[in-house]
Write a protein that binds this ligand. Sequence first.
Ligand SMILES: C=C(OP(=O)(O)O)C(=O)O
Ligand SMILES: [Mg+2]
Length: 398
Amino acid sequence: MTLVTEVRLRRVLDSRGNPTVEAEVTTESGGFGRAAAPSGASTGEYEAIELPAEEAIAAARERAVPRIEGQVYAGDQRGVDAALRGADGTPDFSAIGANSAVAVSMAAAKAGADMLGAPLYQHLGGAFRGDSFPTPLGNVVGGGEHAADATDIQEFLAAPVGAPSVADAVFANAAVHAAVADLLAERDIPAAKGDEGAWAPAVADEEAFAIVAKAIDRVEDEVGFDIRMGLDVAAAELYDGERYVYADTERTTDEQIDYIAGLVEDYDLAYVEDPLDEDDYEGFAALTDRVGSRTLVCGDDLFVTNTTRLREGIEVGAANSILVKPNQIGTLSDTFDAIELARANGYDPVVSHRSGETEDTTIAHLAVATDAPFIKTGAVGGERTAKLNELIRIEANA
Ligand SMILES: C=C(OP(=O)(O)O)C(=O)O
Ligand SMILES: [Mg+2]
């Protein structure tokens, strides 16, 4: 192991055109890693704190960099992350910003891999990783906080569960995305794209279900393997404290549970993320009890990649899956802890991008390193294809 000799931080663009934090870590032996923080729009209330990029960079330069340069070893990821936590001193990274923390944490991991001459997934996951691959969940239609005047449900996802390879799955999702465009054109429905590259038509959720189901059918016929549908309801964004408020109706918690259980049945959903509010462990548990044997019920805003919140959920049977976003918690060590806790309790980890992204590919390696069954990282668009193409490369070279 060699010491980290330099940590550099700068502002770079994210996919929404906003500034985000990029970090570079150099080691004594010349190892180098670069990584950038993503940024959410439908952020969970309990996520670690993202500071304005300039502020996060200034705070990290003052507090964290002196504790890392010449102090920690790049291959010792827990040491790097402990230094970040110690420098920050708050439970939610509100002093240096989770954006600075996660950028440094990921850059240090890449520097560690570079020193070893190993791909990042092997450095993170061990020498024997790389022989099983996640199924990509592709966002093909969306709205919510990711697009104005589109669907209430934030993400309609293609889940190519029968694909024989990552490459086949990635191309199937792109084909579903293209088939949705054809179906929208056939119906004279104009559509821009949302933050993650999904189509964002001004249609009711009901019509979006019909279009995505048909697009999936068409592509299934072409590719000859099973593609199912998934959702990120992002229900915390719909909940007003009493009811779930949709464009054309409102639902009580019981009605929301019935509604989602009905959708699982009607559309044979493989995956349902955040079907209820981020504080409603009980509602989650009631839904998981009803549909958990046939679909993944995944907590994103509910768990925020946080082991304390995940433990609470496990105790009440709130879900059977956790969304994993490193910037929700601030370091790769905390991220791994959440994944391990999930695994030990039969929860499937689903590694995920954010709506604001960069060309950074760390999450592709994280998914392979941890043997995650799914990764959610869009279907098209440069910052999304960066991860998807990296998965294709990892699969080809592993
Ligand atoms: C990726 C998501 O969106 P955001 O990054 O806006 O939280 C999500 O909610 O799963
Ligand atoms: Mg989500």
